[in-house]
Design a protein around this ligand. Structure first.
Ligand SMILES: [Zn+2]
Length: 80
């Protein structure tokens, strides 16, 4: 249950970071960017959302108050 919640949070976090441009989803084999519908721009493989690698800002990076506004934006995106 905790694991499931954590996964849901990480997924939402990754989605939000991609939306505001501080993270991106990558092809798990060639590490290239994926386009819409999780299609790799390099090898053309279409992936499932949970198979993709996430690269970018981690929630752990946002403990400090300097990033408070950014975090707020992300949360507003998630739960408007
Ligand atoms: Zn690829």
């Amino acid at each position: 249950m905790i694991k499931e919640t954590n996964w849901r949070f990480r997924k939402a976090w990754a989605t939000a970071c991609c939306a505001v441009g501080i993270g991106k989803l990558l092809c798990p084999t060639c590490r290239a960017d994926v386009e819409d519908k999780y299609k790799c721009s390099e090898c053309g493989q279409t992936w499932k959302r949970e198979e993709l690698k996430y690269a970018g800002a981690l929630f752990h990076d946002f403990r400090r108050t300097a990033a408070r506004n950014l975090v707020r934006q992300v949360f507003l995106y998630l739960w408007p």
